[in-house]
Design a protein around this ligand. Structure first.
Ligand code: AMP
Ligand code: MG
Length: 181
């Protein structure tokens, strides 16, 4: 099976994936990590949070190269983004040429309340995140839903909206695992 898991930064994708990794034979691939490796080889960035600040043409090229690599893998869960907030606006993480490589069977959108997301971002000191208000986050959550259903219509893959509330990680993991049955 080929699954995409996406959501705004701080929604909890990676936390859910760390737990899912213990329960599945699927390979978990972080799209940003694949892009980062390619970008580092080219000497473009040193940190993953610099990628979204690169000129869009470069982000597109890295995205395309990463899609080709990931497209060759079998039985995968791809941790990625439906939209990326760049200085030029919302950049699509899953344009048609990426979908054509990944060929998802399921799209999971991880969501949480904006105030929970703000708190989680503050707590994560490993990342260089831009400050956003609750309204900014709400807009990004909406943009991701529009993008998710566009991907769904283009691929025929269903969309699961997975709400990942504080203290409910176990339930989120369970709901995710049910999709594999
Ligand atoms: P993450 O650690 O998941 O936040 O990913 C790090 C960075 O990789 C993101 O901030 C984006 O700049 C980039 N990235 C991840 N997935 C995609 C994608 N599907 N398309 C374009 N850029 C992506
Ligand atoms: Mg992540």
């Amino acid at each position: 099976m080929r699954v995409i898991i996406a959501g705004v930064p701080g929604a909890g994708k990676t936390s859910i994936m760390n737990e899912v990794a213990k329960k599945t034979n699927h390979q978990i691939v972080n799209y940003g990590t694949v892009m980062l490796e390619i970008a580092k080889e080219k000497g473009l960035v040193e940190h993953r949070d610099e990628i979204r600040k690169l000129p869009i043409v470069m982000q597109k090229e890295l995205q395309r190269e990463a899609a080709r690599k990931i497209g060759e893998m079998k039985d995968i869960i791809v941790d990625t983004h439906l939209t990326i907030k760049t200085p030029s606006g919302y950049f699509p993480g899953l344009p048609i040429w990426v979908l054509n490589e990944i060929k998802p069977d399921l799209i999971v959108v991880v969501e949480a309340n904006p105030h929970e997301i703000i708190r989680r971002r503050k707590a994560d000191t490993t990342r260089q995140r831009d400050f956003e208000t609750q309204d900014d986050i709400r807009e990004h959550l909406d943009a991701n839903r529009y993008a998710a259903f566009t991907c769904s219509v283009l691929t025929g893959a269903p969309v699961m909206i997975l709400t990942n509330r504080d203290g409910m990680l176990e339930q989120s993991v369970e709901r995710f695992m049910e999709a594999f049955k």
